[in-house]
Design a protein around this ligand. Structure first.
Ligand code: SF4
Ligand code: SF4
Length: 189
């Protein structure tokens, strides 16, 4: 697989624009991996309203966060069929506001993103994102890890209201977690 530059994973528009021909058919993984504040659903836990084989049981009244969510596979043309979450066993997204690529791993398969062909691509993005002031983050349930070219940095459990900040330690990028009332919090997400 040819390595994709970071520009290829930034959706062309923050507005909804789905790649023609892509669909959720056969996949319900975001209903497990994503946290949904409106219904108090934690990351990495199946939503009680998900029928894994058929989809959302409350489709017409599903929360706004579910209505507006489309994973990177649906929105980013350069992520080919290898990246369909039902095949990859994780999903990937680009968060523009935080300037970060996010891998949402399945706590039951936390190493899936480390398989070929994914790991080489994710490490490549990690290198490039650091040069562009961003980073690559992996969520596995509430556990966060920063992917770095020279070795990953586990951040442990990070609460939804906390912020992840990039700092420099001796000129080397490092990452810390701060509380929302920390004066530095506005710099992170
Ligand atoms: S993870 Fe992506 S492809 Fe799968 S159901 Fe959710 S939005 Fe659709
Ligand atoms: S409410 Fe429906 S769409 Fe939203 S996470 Fe639950 S099953 Fe999925």
């Amino acid at each position: 697989m040819t390595e994709l530059p970071t520009s290829d994973i930034r959706p062309a528009s923050p507005e909804l624009a789905l790649v023609p021909g892509r669909s959720c058919d056969g996949c319900t993984l975001c209903c497990k991996l994503m946290g949904i504040e409106e219904i108090g659903k934690a990351r990495g836990a199946w939503c009680p309203d998900c029928d894994k084989s058929r989809g959302c049981k409350i489709y017409d009244s599903r929360p706004e966060a579910c209505r507006t969510f489309h994973c990177g596979y649906l929105r980013i043309p350069h992520l080919d069929e290898h990246w369909k979450p039902s095949k990859a066993r994780f999903l990937i997204n680009f968060e523009s506001a935080a300037n970060r690529i996010v891998v949402h791993a399945d706590p039951d398969r936390p190493e899936a993103w480390k398989r070929a062909p994914y790991l080489a691509q994710i490490k490549h993005w990690s290198h490039k994102m650091l040069l562009e002031g961003g980073y690559v983050l992996v969520w596995s349930g509430p556990e966060a890890t920063i992917v770095l070219p020279w070795g990953d940095k586990p951040l442990g459990r990070v609460r939804e209201e906390q912020y992840i900040l990039q700092v420099k330690t001796g000129g080397v990028p490092d990452f810390i977690v701060v509380e929302p009332d920390d004066p530095r919090a506005h710099r992170g997400h």
